[in-house]
Write a protein of this length. Structure first.
Length: 461
């Protein structure tokens, strides 16, 4: 019995908890790193603190309140001033017009709106007011960076969002790959069973729940395999019994037929002649059934092939007399198009002849009188192999959708348009068995040229 070695496993719940913990830790570092970088740049003097300008402005305020000329005082970086008299009449300023307006409102104790991240500080002088405008955000100490690079806090937020997004994408991608890897043995097992292949080894998974599914799959596979082997053996025995019984019935049937024919040679009354004909016709019908049973047994178990090399044109030419005998009663027009004259087939002549004649016989049955049957041979080529296609078409009613899907199945009689009382749904089934034993394939279509059924046989050459 097949078995699989179970590895150390972890539950799906623990796997998700591990993933969630990894995401939390990753996001924590993604948020921490930008602020650590900002703190480092601040310590290096590349960036100022958010309250740096406010601290510097308050520190210089006492000097501005006493110095005679404020232009002689060096103001902190990015700090501007507005100098007014006691009536708030502007004397001097290096502020923008908008900032001047807001500074005056601030000095008068009124509300103001500013789109910039700035604040004001009122410095009282002897006969004047000095209003300082300073930034309340981190700034670059380098003037070029201050002009061309986004503010430090904006860069910090951008870096934070980028880090969080990157961490989430990387962790989710990594987790999904690991989860997919653990799911692969299950998907592979499903695909193998779907393809009706039970002779394979089931893989293992490190996730407990997946491993339990795989163990169940393995048990199911073993049970199915054992069940199918038993069924195959039972069917094989049944086929052998049917074949043996069919052969055994032939002996007494031959006796019945022989004695009935002898009886007909003796003087009989009219009534006795009728009854003897009944016996003879019924025995012939039974003989037909027996041949069908034998054919079923041979087709299912496989024919013994006697393979020989034949040129396709020679093979078709040898069939012409028999094909003509089939088509003559209905005066059917036979057309032959050979485009694979030099192709050589390795076939069992008598079995493959039977396969072709089965298809032609079906075509004759469903082709109207004075109708047409077309036989075509053609060579096909793929990347590595060469194929011979033999097509047999008629201008009868064609195949129904059901027949196209199931026409080569054993005992298929569903297509009433192509059905007769002398057929038992075995012709195409036996043809398919013979073609498959020659490593070929058979396809059913409806002919676009003649409008009837079309049977295509593919063989490697």
């Amino acid at each position: 019995m097949d078995s699989i070695n179970r590895n150390k496993t972890t539950s799906l719940r623990n796997s998700f908890l591990y993933f969630l913990t990894s995401v939390i830790i990753g996001i924590f570092f993604a948020i921490t790193i930008p602020y650590m970088l900002l703190s480092l740049l601040t310590n290096m003097g590349v960036v100022t603190l958010a309250n740096y300008s406010e601290t510097q402005a308050k520190a210089i305020a006492p000097i501005l309140s006493n110095v005679p000329d404020i232009t002689t005082v060096e103001l902190p970086m990015n700090t501007t001033y507005l100098l007014t008299d006691k009536n708030f009449k502007i004397i001097d300023s290096n502020m923008t017009k908008e900032s001047q307006k807001n500074a005056l409102l601030f000095a008068k104790g009124r509300q103001y709106q500013s789109e910039n991240k700035t604040a004001f500080l009122l410095v009282t002088r002897k006969n004047e007011f000095c209003i300082l405008e300073y930034h309340i955000e981190s700034l670059y100490t380098n003037s070029w960076m201050e002009k061309h690079v986004p503010p430090p806090e904006t860069c910090c937020i951008i870096l934070l969002l980028f880090n969080v997004l990157s961490v989430c994408i990387l962790l989710v991608t990594s987790f999904s790959k690991k989860l997919r890897k653990q799911l692969t043995p299950i998907l592979d097992a499903i695909e193998q069973i779907k393809q009706q292949n039970l002779d394979f080894t089931i893989g293992t998974s490190k996730i407990k729940e997946f491993e339990e599914i795989l163990v169940s799959f393995n048990k199911m596979k073993v049970s199915l395999k054992e069940s199918l082997l038993k069924e195959w053996k039972a069917n094989q025995i049944q086929r052998e019994q049917i074949a043996s019984l069919a052969h055994d019935i032939k002996t007494p049937l031959t006796v019945i037929q022989g004695n009935t024919e002898l009886l007909k040679e003796t003087p009989l009354t009219e009534e006795q002649t009728i009854y003897s004909n009944y016996i003879l016709n019924s025995s012939i019908q039974i003989e037909t059934y027996i041949k069908i049973l034998i054919d079923i047994s041979k087709a299912a178990s496989g024919y013994q092939l006697q393979l020989e090399d034949f040129v396709i044109t020679d093979f078709i030419n040898q069939l012409k007399p028999q094909i003509s005998a089939l088509t003559a009663p209905k005066q059917i027009n036979l057309k032959l198009i050979q485009q694979a004259e030099q192709s050589i087939l390795k076939i069992d002549f008598f079995l493959f002849q039977r396969a072709i004649l089965n298809v032609i016989s079906n075509a004759v049955d469903f082709t109207p009188e004075n109708g047409t049957i077309l036989i075509e041979t053609q060579t096909l080529q793929s990347a590595e192999e060469h194929f011979l296609k033999i097509s047999i078409s008629d201008n009868g009613p064609g195949f129904s959708k059901e027949a196209l899907a199931h026409g080569i199945e054993q005992f298929f009689m569903g297509d009433t348009s192509r059905n007769s009382k002398t057929h038992f749904g075995m012709g195409l089934y036996i043809t398919d068995c013979i073609v498959k034993q020659h490593n070929g394939q058979i396809k059913l279509k409806n002919s676009e040229t003649l409008g009837g059924g079309k049977v295509e046989i593919f063989l490697k050459v």
